[in-house]
Each structure stands twice: as C-alpha cells, then as structure tokens.
Design a protein around this ligand. Structure first.
Ligand SMILES: Cc1cc2nc3c(=O)[nH]c(=O)nc-3n(C[C@H](O)[C@H](O)[C@H](O)COP(=O)(O)OP(=O)(O)OC[C@H]3O[C@@H](n4cnc5c(N)ncnc54)[C@H](O)[C@@H]3O)c2cc1C
Length: 401
C-alpha cells in the first residue's frame, strides 16, 4: 500500500517551519523586496537565529547531514521539501538565504567525500554552473581547471554568471572542464572558498523576484585551490555522462527543493485569494460536478488540485531519495509540474483579484514575480520536459535535443 502520511518528526518540523514562515519571514517579506541587497547581513542573522536545532548524530560520519535542521529525521529529504514549502510560503527569497542550505552545500552533500563534508561543514556554499555562453546546455561550459604539478594545486579560470548567493556565500562549487576536447566527461566540480586570490565578484544582479537573495557574477583568474577541493574523481572516463554524473546527482537532490519552493509560494497566493473571495461571500464546495460550479469556484478548485498533484509528485521524488532509489526522472517531473503550476496559479490569482492582485499593498504581485524563478533555475521547464521525454522514450541526448 502507498502511504503518504508524514512521519511524526516531519510533521513537527513542518509545524516549526510554518511558525517561522508566518511569524518571521512573512512580516519582513515586503521590506526585503523593497530593499534588494540591502541589510542582507541582518537578514542572514535573522534566518540563522530561526534555524531549527539539528538532531544530534550518533550513527557515524556517513549519516551526518549539513541541512541546518531542515533535512532531518527518519525521512530527511521528505522533511526538507515539506519544510521548504512552508518557508517559501513565508518568503522564497529569504528562504534562499538559509545558511548552509545553498546549492553548493547540496553538491558537497551529494558527491563529496566524508573528509570534504567534514572540512566544508558550516560553510554556506553557492553553485556556479552558468556562464555567458552556457546555460541550459551545461556541457558547453568553457571555464577550465588545470593541475599545477609543482604545487599540486588546481588553477581555475573562467566566468560564471547568475550565481545564487554568490556574493554572500562562504564558498562556491564551480564547474570547470579539465579538457574541453573530451566533452562532458571532463567536466568536474571544485570547491573554491571565498577570499582566495583570483576570485572576484564582478556584479550583483537587480532582479524581478526573490530580491532578498543575491545573485552574482564571479570571475576566476588563475585562481589556485588545493588539490583536495575537487568533488569526485579527477579521472576523465570515456563514458559520456561520467564526469557530469556527480553533478547530475546534485540536481536529483536540489530539484525537489525548487519544486517545494514553487508549491509554497503558489499556495500563499491561492490561500490569500480564496480568503479574500470568502470574505466577500464566495463558497468553494468540494465534490460537486463542474457543471454546478461557477467560473471562479472551478478556477480555485482546479488550482488547488494542480498544487496537490505537484506536491504528491514531489513527495515521491523526495521519498525515493530517502530510500536510495535513483529519482532523476521523478525529480524532473516534480520540478516541471510545480514550476509550471505555480506560474499559472500566481498569474491566475492576480487576474481573479484584479487591482488587489496588482497593487503593492498586498503580496500577490510579489508572489507572481517570486515564483517565476522556480521554472528557470536548476534547469528550465523546457529542459525538464526534454529530460522526461528522453527517459520515458529511452532516447539519448543526441537523439532528442
Ligand atoms: C535568479 C537566478 C538565479 C540563478 N541561480 C543560479 C545558480 O545558483 N547557479 C547557476 O549555475 N545558475 C543559476 N542561474 C542560471 C539558470 O540556471 C539559467 O538561467 C538557466 O539554466 C537557463 O539558462 P540560460 O539563461 O542560459 O537560458 P538558455 O539556455 O539560453 O535558454 C533560453 C530559453 O530557451 C529554452 N531552451 C534552451 N534549450 C532548449 C532546448 N534544447 N529545447 C527547448 N527549449 C530550450 C530554455 O528553456 C529557455 O526558455 C540562475 C538564474 C537566475 C535568473
């Protein structure tokens, strides 16, 4: 039998994060939208002070997690998506500032050795893949990593753009190629700690949404890092996906998180809309034939169903991670569905509410802006559809581009 009941520990975390979202994130949501990149240090301190306690680990190194309390308990990935949905309901941009929950932390968690996990524990790590000439096509990256045999250091060169938390993080996981002529297999990821000579933040973006979170461009010029900062093996294997394999494993873990953000922010918009309509006397009866619903009732109930579908897909993707089953297909399905549903839901809510939806007096217009990113980063909706189609049809990358 399929059981979708959350474990008691997960429910507890859900309640705790819901309280943080409601009591801490939501009240300052507009402030950090209006003051993009200002007072971000205070914001980080605020978020850190709200971090739920991490469960004490007694089961050995292999069981340690760097989730700062968001991924814990008997089903850590389910707990993570459940708590991320709650926090995104409060504010998605502030959620992205959660210390030690950066995309780079997920990469270290997914492919780092126990020694690396211990060494980088406590660091807030961003992830830098995208370049001016390489976005969706990650295999096109041109940043390089070259080993200096005399000093046994990697030398990183290249330019990365749109790095979430790239300005305020402590370290960046950088994708670079060891040999451009060897294609995907030569792409590896490297942890570069902030303050290393040769690493410069050149720009902080001004954005449509998630304005509490910084998004930076970073240039690497002969940036030297220790040999042991490579994540995974330095070997270039001949099988095409080998090099990227570790990084793809990261996406399997992070895409459900992005889907959870989408569901959380869309739920915020839908709840607000429903409450406003109810205050004006509208009712939303369940179990009635669509023939007996008016247009607004039908829209609201359809949107609730869309979000529930996305949530269930996402819980499946997360629970597969918890049970050690490869979830690349399910993670892409969850992200594609959630990103698209959230974009449609927030847009429809603005439409239904009219001026109230468009006015900055309320947060609905902000939720519309905030949610769009969930259909862009960690692979756009279109790219997720390609991944899903390839997987279901059994096509290779070359057969379906
Ligand atoms: C706020 C923000 C934060 C970000 N954070 C990070 C981060 O932390 N780290 C990082 O590395 N990157 C980050 N990114 C970059 C993001 O991952 C890329 O923008 C995204 O992968 C798309 O790449 P691109 O912008 O180059 O678009 P392109 O790849 O040029 O795509 C443009 C459009 O074409 C579509 N498209 C592309 N190829 C295909 C295809 N084969 N079939 C059908 N449609 C296709 C895409 O879906 C998209 O709609 C961030 C971006 C933003 C806006």
């Amino acid at each position: 039998m399929i059981d979708f009941e959350l474990k008691p520990e997960t429910k507890q975390l859900q309640q705790m994060t819901a309280a943080v979202a409601n009591g801490v994130f939501r009240p300052v949501s507009r402030y950090y939208d209006d003051h993009e990149h200002e007072k971000v240090k205070e914001l980080y301190a605020l978020v850190e002070s709200m971090t739920p306690p991490v469960r004490k680990e007694t089961e050995g190194e292999g069981k340690k997690r760097s989730g700062r309390g968001l991924a814990q308990g008997p089903e850590p990935n389910v707990a993570l998506v459940v708590s991320m949905e709650e926090l995104a309901w409060g504010d998605t941009g502030i959620l992205l500032c959660w210390p030690q929950r950066g995309l780079g932390n997920s990469a270290i968690e997914a492919v780092g050795t126990p020694e690396q996990k211990a060494r980088f524990a406590g660091k807030f790590a961003a992830m830098a893949i995208t370049e001016p000439g390489a976005g969706s096509d990650t295999a096109a990256i041109t940043s390089t990593a070259r080993l200096d045999p005399e000093t046994n250091e990697w030398i990183i060169n290249g330019e990365k753009i749109f790095v979430t938390s790239g300005y305020h993080c402590d370290a960046v996981v950088v994708w670079a190629t060891l040999d451009k002529s060897k294609g995907r297999a030569a792409i590896k990821s490297f942890v570069v700690e902030k303050g290393v000579p040769g690493m410069t933040v050149t720009k902080v973006e001004k954005k449509l949404g998630i304005r509490a979170s910084d998004t930076a461009a970073i240039v690497f010029e002969d940036c030297r890092i220790p040999y042991d900062n490579i994540l995974g093996s330095p070997e270039i294997q001949n099988r095409g996906e080998a090099g990227l394999g570790g990084v793809m494993k990261t996406f399997d873990a992070t895409r459900p998180g992005v889907a959870a953000m989408a569901i959380g922010v869309a739920r915020a918009a839908l709840e607000f809309t429903k409450t406003k309509l109810e205050s004006e006397g509208h009712t939303f009866p369940y179990g009635r034939s669509p023939l007996h619903l008016n247009a607004i009732q039908k829209s609201i109930l359809e949107m609730e169903a869309e979000l529930e579908v996305a949530r269930l897909l996402n819980l499946r993707a997360a629970s597969m991670l918890d049970t050690g089953i490869r979830n690349s297909l399910e993670a892409s399905m969850a992200k594609a569905k959630a990103g698209r549903a959230a974009t449609l839901v927030t847009q429809k809510c603005v439409e239904i509410l009219g001026p109230i939806g468009y006015s900055r007096e309320h947060l609905v217009e902000k939720w519309l802006r905030d949610c769009k990113i969930t259909d862009i980063f960690e692979g756009t909706g279109q790219i997720q559809m390609l991944i899903i189609a390839r997987s279901i049809l059994g096509f290779s990358r070359d057969m379906l581009k």
